[in-house]
Design a binder for this molecule. Structure first.
Ligand code: DUC
Ligand code: ZN
Ligand code: ZN
Ligand code: ZN
Length: 466
């Protein structure tokens, strides 16, 4: 059993309020929250959190650990990926599984991924189902995934090898709506990208900087608008837009939300903090991902969306490849560059610093974006995403004053760079608890491979976030 821990003198922050109370963790749960806690086991460790924010651990609902993207396998597995997450204040991840063999059953990848994670994850985890194709069998198998496996969200791609056409997307949306599951979508217009790529290749324009040119923001915005309308046609099927990167797509989401449609959206720190000028840099391959980084003007639009509630969650799309080796495949040809960047460890510090410390969002809003809404949307609340008696003792303690300059050498992933090298921060996660156990302290990893548990998630409740 895990040692009991009492946190005193801290400010407890959840998505709704800040209170100066004490918090007792016992047997992996939050046992008590009170002005003064007097009853606790002998040997309880007492942590003085004076000046600190005590918050629900981060929930990153978009990672790709150990994913085979065809040209490469991402270099973080469920050990290094979750270790990195824990050191950055994240206590739960929901991974987007990769594709299995063509034509395989819906449950196939879940078995593969449970095996990947089982003895390796250091924090709790779940998976989004991945819909590679749609037929009667897949539509039937969705029921067992939702009701028996606790997989209450599924991802579909509108581009890449297993893109779904409108017929398949409509069928999936309709069926998942019936089963109270959330459809997540990677929205990009495949035809436009293919045409632009072919033209660029023909013109010999294959340098990394053309990656962004090959998939401009209209590709993404078109697919967002299309999916919003298909979801409406599927009987207001709940829809979750992943990794939103631009303001036009955001406008479509805003319109749907204003119309009371069941649509939610996610963005990632890179789209709020980095722009496409990085594609002119010598190390441009570091930033090759899809969607690509956007023009500077888009960044402020995303911040506006975060502030006004049009954007619901902040995740990472952590999909890491080494710069020295794997990313080099794209140096003379962006079409050969494995897409993706690391980010699972820097999400919480970056959003705290750029959001809270810079005064753009409140500490409560920070919790809402990084933990509370992810838990609500993906069926983990109130086990996760809040500070309530009876909830899992997944907690991050932030020092709001600490000044840190990001460098890859301080991070715990298995890649060799961070896109945020030299980024100055105010605010830093000094302690992370997973189910009451201290798993990271001041950048030192203290967790255990295999300690993380697979989370069966609850079905989607459309009204929970409207
Ligand atoms: N985009 C990436 O850049 N990597 C992984 C998958 C994705 O959609
Ligand atoms: Zn499969
Ligand atoms: Zn994606
Ligand atoms: Zn992704």
């Amino acid at each position: 059993t895990t040692k009991a821990t009492l946190i005193i003198n801290g400010t407890l922050v959840d998505a709704h309020q800040q209170v100066n109370k004490q918090l007792l963790m016992l047997d992996g749960k939050i046992a008590q929250i009170a002005d003064k806690i007097t009853q606790y086991p002998s040997g309880t460790q007492i942590i003085d959190a004076k000046g600190m924010h005590v918050m629900p651990g981060g929930i990153d609902v978009h990672t790709h650990f150990n994913i085979d993207v065809g040209i490469s396998r991402s270099c973080d597995d469920f050990y290094t990926g979750t270790r990195s997450a824990a050191c950055g204040g994240t206590t739960t991840i929901i991974d987007h599984m990769g594709f299995g063999p063509r034509g395989c059953s819906l449950g196939h990848q879940l078995e593969v991924y449970k095996e990947y994670a089982k003895d390796r994850a250091v924090i709790d985890y779940s998976f989004h189902g991945v819909i590679q194709h749609v037929d009667d069998q897949v539509l039937e198998d969705m029921q067992a995934m939702v009701e028996q496996e606790g997989i209450s969200s599924f991802k579909l791609y509108l581009t890449y090898g297993y893109k779904l056409d409108d017929d398949s997307a409509l069928k999936a949306l309709t069926r998942l709506n019936e089963l109270n599951a959330l459809t997540a979508v990677h929205p990009e217009n495949d035809a436009a990208i293919a045409q632009r790529r072919a033209k660029l290749i023909k013109e010999g324009k294959t340098a990394p900087k053309y990656h962004g040119v090959s998939r401009p923001l209209e590709c993404e915005a078109e697919a967002i608008a299309r999916m919003i309308n298909l979801a409406s046609l599927a009987g207001d099927a709940p829809l979750y837009i992943v990794h939103l990167s631009n303001g036009l797509g955001l406008d479509y989401i805003r319109l749907a939300k204003n119309n009371k449609q069941a649509v939610w959206s996610e963005t990632c720190p890179q789209y709020m903090l980095l722009d496409d000028s990085l594609y002119n840099d010598i190390d441009a391959v570091k930033y090759v991902m899809s969607p690509p980084l956007r023009p500077q003007a888009e960044l402020e639009k995303l911040w506006q969306g975060v502030i006004d509630g049009s954007i619901d969650t902040i995740a990472t799309d952590h999909c890491s490849f080494t710069y020295a080796d794997q990313k080099q495949a794209g140096v003379t040809d962006f079409t050969k560059c494995p897409n993706g960047m690391p980010g699972v460890e820097t999400r919480m510090p970056l959003m705290f610093s750029e959001g809270v410390s810079k005064g753009r969002i409140s500490p409560e809003k920070f919790v809402e974006l990084t933990s509370f809404k992810p838990a609500k949307l993906f069926g983990l609340y109130p086990q996760k995403g809040c500070l309530l008696e009876g909830s899992d003792a997944d907690i991050v303690i932030f020092d709001p004053e600490q000044q840190v300059t990001i460098s890859h050498s301080m991070l715990h992933d298995n890649t060799d760079y961070t896109p945020f090298e030299n980024y100055p921060l105010t605010g830093w996660p000094v302690m992370t608890f997973s189910r009451g156990k201290l798993v990271a302290r001041n950048g030192e990893f203290l967790g255990t491979a295999g300690a993380g548990q697979f989370l069966r998630r609850k079905q989607f409740d459309k009204n929970r976030l409207k």
